[in-house]
Design a protein around this ligand. Structure first.
Ligand code: BES
Ligand code: MN
Ligand code: ZN
Length: 489
């Protein structure tokens, strides 16, 4: 999707969209267009009972008197009541409405809404992404036609300049969506690491550790998960030094289980294909790094992602095995399907030891239980740090990547105490997302830390306001905003 900005004017082709508030008359460019088509717009609005209520639309195809191939009136309700996230969703809704309409371009008349032009443009771009790498036979009639958008608005030049950074963040979202969409025969630890290496093109330093190096570091928890797989486990480390000094970095850590069969504690077959996106935490961290580097964020950031495949096999770890993590803490692996926390235990420990970061935030598709708690709307955040929790909640509300704080407490921590090792990798039936978080906390070594369980938000089985069904990229815009608002110079 190509997005441009221009001064308000009627276009010479393509679709033309006007935003109409509830109860409002057609004004400005809309009024001029209505006059040019002999009042058909106002008449169409009337006969369709269009009031401008939020979500209402009226479409006039092939109007006579203007060059546009269609005009759409978009009801936006009371503009003063729309949040930034609503404006992004509105832009996305305009794309979705016209995607397969036959029009190849859209002009969004945003007169009077200049302060929301960036958000709407971001929404248009976000919604236009699709993953069609493996579709070879889609009939032309089903392919999207819409390719270009022009936001017609006062002060277009300055808005276009400001959009450059936004567009980079959206590219980060796209990278995340692509990574989570790739099947596990294509995206496995080594090929994932190769994709991460490509980020040196945007100025990110990438280092990748293989199994031998991780063995030397004593990463028995991570390596135990990967040992049943024919694919070699990897630990990828990314650095973006945008602060211009050697100030203490902030850190992001991701679970990158490129496929989670459950291991010997095998998952049921139905729906198992979904576990290709069990690398969503790593995918989000990688997309975030792409976003931050793309817009040249003035901050030092490190990211560590643990990339493993969880397979059953003759060399797979068994329930009851005891592994020693890099921290020295031992873990009885009661259930080989609770593998994400084993991967993160070593990735988190490595991150704090190597980089002494200001804080660490890990992202992981960690538990099915978080979907029971929060469904597919909010990701769950777990932290003892009220400032980080507050910053994440605000960034969530502002971007629409919603998060909800969940509790941590010493009483939950007791549930993972173990008779024969320092801890076991699962708790009882209850509070599955919380005991998982308590487990991770034991590997933060008192560095300020937050965990985001994104199992419910990484992927969607239905179309969403900002994304077609599939990978959502949820978390990239959240953390980009969190960093921009709190940690940049
Ligand atoms: N990757 C899963 C969590 C998950 C489940 C993500 C469904 C997305 C959708 C994780 O590795 C897992 O298997 N967790 C277990 C933990 C249990 C064995 C304590 C779970 O949630 O069932
Ligand atoms: Mn699992
Ligand atoms: Zn998993």
């Amino acid at each position: 999707m190509k997005i441009e900005f221009s001064s308000p004017a009627l276009p010479s082709s393509g679709a033309l969209v006007f935003l109409v508030e509830k109860g409002a008359e057609l004004t400005g460019l809309a009024k001029a267009a209505d006059a040019a088509v002999s009042g058909v717009l106002a008449k169409a609005a009337k006969v369709a009972r269009f009031t401008g209520a939020k979500g209402q639309t009226v479409e006039i195809v092939a109007p006579v008197g203007i060059d546009a191939d269609r005009v759409v009136l978009f009801g936006i309700g009371d503009a003063a009541k729309l949040s930034d996230a609503d404006w992004v969703a509105l832009g996305a809704g305009i794309y979705a409405n016209l995607e397969k309409s036959g029009s190849e371009a859209v002009t969004l008349a945003a007169e009077g809404f200049a302060e929301h032009a960036l958000d709407m443009a971001e929404g248009l771009k976000l919604r236009a992404w699709r993953f069609d790498r493996y579709r070879t036979k889609e009939p032309k009639s089903k392919l999207p036609t819409l390719k270009n958008a022009t936001v017609a608005v006062e002060g277009a030049e300055a808005i276009a300049a400001a959009f450059v950074g936004r567009a980079e963040v959206v590219e980060g979202v796209f990278l995340t969506r692509e990574l989570v969409s790739e099947p596990a025969n294509v995206l496995y630890p080594e090929s994932f690491a190769d994709r991460i290496r490509e980020l040196d093109a945007v100025g990110i330093e990438v280092t990748v550790l293989g199994e031998e190096e991780m063995e030397k570091l004593g990463m028995g928890a991570l390596l135990g998960v990967g040992q049943g797989s024919a694919r070699e486990s990897q630990l990828a480390i990314m650095r973006w030094n945008g602060a211009g000094d050697d100030s203490q970095p902030i850190a992001f850590v991701g679970k990158g289980v490129t496929f989670d069969t459950g291991g010997i504690s095998l998952k049921p077959g139905a729906g198992m294909e979904q576990m290709k996106w069990d690398m969503g935490g790593a995918g989000t961290v990688v997309g975030l790094m792409r976003a931050l580097a793309g817009r040249k964020a003035k901050v030092n950031v490190v990211a560590v992602v643990g990339l493993v495949e969880n397979m059953p096999g003759s060399n797979a770890q068994r329930p009851g095995d005891v592994v020693t993590s890099m921290s020295g803490q031992t873990i009885e692996v009661i259930n080989t399907d609770a593998e994400g926390r084993l991967v993160l235990a070593d990735a988190l420990w490595y991150c704090q030891q190597e980089f002494k970061p200001k804080f660490m935030i890990d992202l992981a598709t960690l538990t099915g239980a978080i979907i029971i708690s929060l469904g597919h709307e909010h990701a769950g955040i777990f932290t003892d740090d009220d400032e980080i929790a507050g910053g994440l909640s605000t960034a969530g509300a502002d971007t629409g990547d919603k998060v909800w704080r969940m509790p941590l407490h010493a009483n939950y921590d007791k549930l993972i105490n173990c008779a024969i090792a320092d801890m076991k990798n699962i708790g009882d039936r209850g509070a599955g997302s919380i005991t998982a978080a308590q487990f991770l906390k034991r590997y933060s070594n008192k560095v300020p830390w937050a965990h985001i369980d994104i199992a419910g938000t990484v992927w969607s089985d239905k179309n969403l306001p900002l994304s077609e069904k599939g990978g959502t990229g949820h978390g990239v815009r959240l953390l980009d905003r969190f960093v921009a608002d709190n940690y940049e110079k």
